[in-house]
Structures are given as C-alpha cells and as structure tokens.
Design a protein around this ligand. Structure first.
Ligand code: FAD
Ligand code: 2HG
Ligand code: ZN
Length: 485
C-alpha cells in the first residue's frame, strides 16, 4: 500500500550485538543508549505513521567527540545508522528501513555564540528551530527559515533536508544562509568548516554537499548560520481569488507593488481549507462569508509599520476594485496574523488526522502547477479520496496531497509513477523541499540525469565507503528514468 525503498535488508550490514551496546554505553552512558521498547517504538515511526522500522537501539550523544566515537565504531563494525533530529521529515528519511541504529541529535542543543553585529549564529545541530528564533529575537534578529513544526524540528534536520518553508521567497534557501558546518563523517572524522565568514572562496565549498544530503554523507553536528534582522512591521493578507490565473496575476502584482517588503506568498485550494476547518475546529476561517476555489496568504515584513500597512491596504483595495481579488482580510495585529498562519501551517496536521495521505512535493512552472491537482482529481474520481493542493506559490512549489481513509494499492498504482512522469515531462522536481528519503529515492532519475546520479554515487562512495549512513535512502541501487514514449 505504500512505496517501499527496498524489500530486502542489505547483508553488508552487521546485526547489532551485545558488544556494540557495551561500547555505546561506555561512550554515552547508560541513559543515552535507549533500548526501552516503548521509546523505541516512537523513534522507529515517522511523523505520518507511514514508515516504521525495527531498530533495537537509539543513541543520544551530547558532544561531537561522543558522536565521532560512536561513528568510528559503527564504521568499523559496519553497523548501519540513521540520523534522527525532530523526526518531522515527510519522506521517511528519519526512520530506519530495517534495523539501523537510530542516532538522535536532540542532546546536542548548545548555542555556541551569536554575533549581534553580523547576525552569525553558531550552535550544535540539535537546537530546536523555534528556540533559536527566540534566542536571537532578543538581539533583534530572526531565523532565515520558518516552517510549521518549528517547535519540534532541529536546525540540523532543517539543513539536512535543505528545508524551504514559508519565508524562502524572502530569505532564500539554506544553501545561501548556512555559513559553515561541522560534520562527523561515516568513519568518525570531524570535518570542521564552522566559519562565521560571509565570504570565503578558498577552493570547493564542501559544506554545500551536506545541505540536503538527508544524512547520507555525514552527520551534521554544528551549524553556522547567517540570520537576518527581525522585521519591525509585519502585515498579512488573506485573499480569495476566483481561479488559478488570478492567483498568478496577484503574485505578479504583489511582486511589482510590494516587492521590497514581500515576505511570503502562499496558497491553498478550497479542499485544503475545508478539510483543515473540518478536522481542526479550533482553527478559524479568516473569510467565513466567502467561498472561492483559491486562497492566498500574502505577507509583508518591513521596517515602517504605517508605511507598510498603507502600501498593503492600497494594493488590496486596488486589486479588489479591479476584480482580481474577490475578497480578503488585512491583518496587522499580531494575534490575527498568527491565527491566519495557524490555518496554513496546520493543513498537514489536519491531513494526518483525516486518515492516510499520499504526499507529493513538486517544483513546477507556476502556470501549469495546479493542473497537476486537477489531473489527479480527475484520475482518481472513482475512489473515495480527497485531493488537495496548497503550497509555496511564490517559490513555484506545490504540495499535492491525496487523503484516504486507509492505504489503498489501487490508488497508489494510479498515482505512481503517473505524478512523477507528469512532473518530469515538464522538467519540474519530484522533491522541491522535503527530500527523497525512502519514499522517492527510486524516482530520483525523474529529475536528475544519469551523469548527476553517477557523481552523487561517487561522492557517496568517497565519504561513506561502507555505505553505513542512512542506507536505502536518496540514492537507489538502480534508479528509474522516464522512458521516452
Ligand atoms: P528529521 O525529520 O529528523 O530528519 C530529516 C532528514 O535529515 C532525515 O533523512 C535524517 O536522517 C536527516 N538528518 C536529521 N538530522 C541530521 C543531522 N544532524 N545530520 C545529518 N542528517 C540528519 N519542510 C519544508 O521544507 N518546508 C515546510 O514548509 C515544511 N513544513 C512541514 C510541516 C509539517 C507539519 C511537517 C510535519 C513537516 C514539514 N516539513 C517542511 C518537512 C521538513 O523536512 C521538516 O519539518 C524539517 O526540516 C525536518 O527537520 P527534523 O529536525 O524533524 O529532521
Ligand atoms: C507545508 O508547506 C509543508 O505545509 C508540508 O511543506 C506539506 O504535508 C505537506 O505536503
Ligand atoms: Zn512546504
């Protein structure tokens, strides 16, 4: 009922033995070598309850040295390892496929330093995103990314998935904001590129390899990140539009008229709105009197509250007068803004409550993007499913979610590889921001060519010759390619 990464455990990996537990206990102490069955069950299961592994041990180092010793042992013994941060990943990357050792980073949560002049933050990888944000808020800064599970996910997990989130349109990707990393390689070697420098052109920028590598090339233990100033004034519009072309046109005009203060441009369709309001009754409908096929969240962040608000209001009124916007609400009050964001951030939570979800996270040319949802809706007509579309319109990134009561092989069969082909034919990406994990590894060839995949395989071989880091994820043994028809 689900796509599985692989059906057989790779015999190259040694099974866990008592002598391994003894070494781990010596390095980490008994309390950080977790074998309790209830705790193990939670760590073996992903956020969606879709992927469940059978690991027999969870390790919780608190320092790079400890992590390095653990990895050196695993490398020598050929024990497979899965790094796990907040375990909020949506591609099954953070849980074992079979009996891999789970290496949790949550105990590595120290903030090393924050430079109040440059905005450079240096911390251990297990720091929670929301906590880092609170820490630097005192000095007038903000984190360069924001996403729903901010109070659970860790910066190391964010960097490892190259998380995009709700503010990428403003702050760019982590490939730009990460200044340096400390990484423990498969054999325990500590690679230290923890620079606070903005500019450094001495040779290859090796840290980039680990951003978005989903734990397959090394374990990130430290992060150096450039944080932007916290905007003094934030305003948010929630708009209803009558069709997809109007949503696109609103984006074009928002860039033109609000460009320098635009900080988010998100969308959801009416199915996503209805499902979320139905599943989570505490969430309010920002426009209870308006039914429309599409809703937009347009946020501005600037330094002058009155000026920004006046700009936004003028935009709203002009576009409403022109008929581009059917209706909307402009929020400038903190609680009102948070309430609207809560709706957007909880769509996935509502989907989880509704049952099982087939999730797809695509980069596509914006003009064609919603066509994927319409095609899939049509294709799955005969099934009792709810097909919803939402996402980061401003980044050309759509989340197609097919909600079902229970897993259904026929639905899956009609979805895959159809959706990947649909995206590949338009030269999109089958994973805009969630990563490949175990869910999509076998489809990497629908976005990347054989030469790029070969290079990835060579890098993997170089950095992890025994293949112990997050096996069965990202790089498949035999990638599928879209065959020309
Ligand atoms: P995990 O899930 O624990 O791990 C993710 C991957 O990174 C795994 O492959 C894991 O093995 C690896 N990994 C973790 N830590 C390390 C490390 N220190 N070194 C090496 N590898 C490591 N993503 C977006 O991009 N944008 C969104 O808007 C967004 N919204 C979300 C909303 C919800 C409700 C949920 C549940 C998820 C959302 N995500 C989003 C998915 C996103 O990938 C994660 O939320 C987040 O970035 C993962 O962080 P984490 O700490 O939970 O990592
Ligand atoms: C979001 O943008 C997340 O809300 C989750 O990336 C998307 O669950 C999803 O499909
Ligand atoms: Zn997203």
């Amino acid at each position: 009922s689900r796509t599985v990464a692989t059906s057989a455990r790779d015999g190259r990996y040694a099974p866990l033995e008592q002598r391994d537990i003894e070494v781990f206990t010596e390095v980490l102490g008994t309390q950080n070598v977790i074998r309790d069955s209830q705790a193990l069950e939670a760590c073996n299961r992903d956020w969606m309850g879709k992927y469940v592994g059978q690991s027999q041990v969870v390790l919780r180092p608190s320092s790079t040295k400890q992590l390095s010793k653990v990895m050196a042992h695993c490398h020598g013994r050929r024990l497979a390892v899965v790094p796990q941060a907040g375990n909020t990943g949506l591609a099954g990357g953070s849980v074992p496929v079979f009996d891999e050792v789970i290496l949790q980073t949550g105990g590595m949560d120290q903030i090393h330093s924050f430079d109040e002049v440059s905005g450079a933050l240096q911390c251990q990888s297990g720091c929670i995103l929301g906590k880092l944000n609170e820490h630097i808020a005192e000095a007038g800064y903000t984190m360069p990314l924001d996403l729903g599970p901010k109070d659970e996910c860790q910066i190391g997990g964010n960097v490892s998935t190259n998380a995009g989130g709700l503010k990428l349109i403003r702050y760019g990707s982590l490939h730009g904001s990460v200044l340096g990393l400390e990484v423990v390689l498969a054999d325990g070697t500590i690679l230290d590129t923890m620079t606070p420098l903005r500019k450094d052109n001495t040779g290859y920028d090796v840290k980039q390899l680990f951003i978005g590598a989903e734990g397959t090339l090394g374990i990130i233990s430290g992060v150096s990140l450039l944080c932007p100033p916290r905007p003094a004034a934030v305003n948010l519009m929630f708009l209803a539009v009558q069709d997809w072309p109007s949503a696109l046109q609103t984006f074009v005009r928002a860039k033109r008229k609000l460009g320098e203060i635009l900080s988010a441009f998100e969308f959801l369709d009416s199915s996503a709105l209805d499902l979320t309001l139905h599943q989570l009754p505490h969430i309010k409908n920002p426009l209870p009197q308006q039914q429309a096929p599409f809703y937009l969240l347009v946020e501005t962040s600037g330094s002058n509250g009155d000026h920004d608000y006046a700009k936004l209001k003028a935009f709203f009124e002009a576009e409403k007068r022109d008929g581009l916007i059917l209706d909307g609400t402009v929020a400038s009050d903190k609680d009102h803004i948070a309430e609207i964001w809560r709706l957007r951030e909880n769509i996935s939570v509502a989907l989880n409550k509704a049952g099982k979800t087939y999730k797809y996270d695509m980069s596509l040319p914006v003009a064609e993007m919603y066509g994927l949802v319409e095609d899939v809706r049509e294709r799955l007509q005969q099934y009792p499913v709810n097909v919803v579309g939402y996402g980061h319109l401003g980044d050309s990134n759509i989340h197609l979610n097919v909600s079902t009561e229970t897993w259904n092989d026929d639905v899956l069969h009609d979805l895959e590889p159809y959706v990947y082909e649909w995206v590949s034919e338009r030269r999109g990406s089958i994973s805009a921001e969630h990563g490949l994990g175990q869910m999509k590894s076998q489809y990497i060839g629908y976005t990347k060519g054989p030469e790029a995949i070969n290079m990835m395989q060579s890098l993997k071989q170089l950095l992890d010759p025994n293949g112990i880091l997050n096996p069965y994820k990202v790089l498949p043994a035999e990638p599928k390619f879209l065959t020309a028809t």
